[in-house]
Design a protein around this ligand. Structure first.
Ligand code: AP5
Ligand code: MG
Length: 217
């Protein structure tokens, strides 16, 4: 399956993607995670991306699209993928259509995670991410690790993301409304959108997502 996951910052895209990718046996491709990996490795791409991420703005398309295309061209993504955080504006959505056309493939669904704004703010404020594996995501209140600051799964150090500061979160939400939400209508016109509520416990949301994807697959 080829799926795009869409939803505001803090909706639970990364959290759900870890389970959905496993259940569906497809790789989870997160452009945010790819940028963060480049930043921690000190690559040129990471250096360019960092200033935009710090400001809560989108990294320019000329950097993002090439990076996403390269990742999608890797062998593990041949039979499908779960895109998280890409596309994030209309230009990227059109570029993705072009990439899919080139490979003679198409999307199966765009899964839209709906969460009220006050809840995403709470989710982001308490988020802790694992430095060793970005799919290991915790929340100090909702899904706390057994030992504070330590990943339950791999023992990695848990940290708070640099762009999770209040003023940056406000900017990210604004960018989501102005630049990313329009892609939902773009995909609705193609009949691809399935919207689910991402409220409730993590496994409940996964179940809802799998059922919704089962209806379109
Ligand atoms: P990115 O990393 O994609 O961030 P985002 O879209 O802002 O989304 P988040 O990762 O913050 O939230 P999430 O939905 O994954 O939530 P999570 O599962 O962690 O992008 C970061 C930046 O990179 C962008 O601002 C931009 O600068 C750049 N970028 C990335 N892609 C780009 C692109 N295509 N083009 C241009 N620039 C790009 O969950 C959040 C918290 O909630 C966690 O603590 C989790 O434990 C908790 N939680 C999850 N589910 C539940 C639940 N059901 N109940 C209770 N708590 C829950
Ligand atoms: Mg994420």
């Amino acid at each position: 399956m080829r799926i795009v996951l869409v939803g505001p910052p803090g909706a639970g895209k990364g959290t759900q993607a870890a389970y959905l990718a496993k259940n569906l046996s497809i790789p989870h491709i997160s452009t945010g995670d790819l940028f963060r990996a480049n930043i921690s490795q000190g690559t040129q791409l990471g250096q360019k991306a960092q200033e935009y991420m710090r400001a809560g703005q989108l990294v320019p398309d000329e950097i993002t699209i090439g990076m996403a295309k390269d990742r999608m061209a890797q062998p593990d993504a041949e039979a499908g993928f779960l895109l998280d955080g890409f596309p994030r504006n209309l230009g990227q959505a059109e570029a993705l259509d072009g990439i899919l056309r080139e490979t003679g493939t198409k999307l199966d669904a765009v899964l839209d995670l709906e969460v009220p704004e006050d809840e995403v703010v709470r989710r982001i404020a308490g988020r802790r991410m694992c430095r060793k594996d970005s799919s290991h995501i915790f929340h100090v209140e909702y899904t706390p690790p057994k030992i504070e600051g330590v990943c339950d799964i791999c023992g990695g150090e848990l940290y708070q993301r640099e762009d999770d500061k209040e003023e940056t979160v406000r900017k990210r939400l604004e960018v989501y409304h102005t630049e990313t939400e329009p892609i939902i209508d773009y995909y609705k016109a193609q009949g691809l959108v399935v919207t689910i509520s991402a409220l409730g416990k993590v496994p409940e949301v996964t179940k809802r997502a799998m059922e919704a994807l089962g209806r379109v697959a």
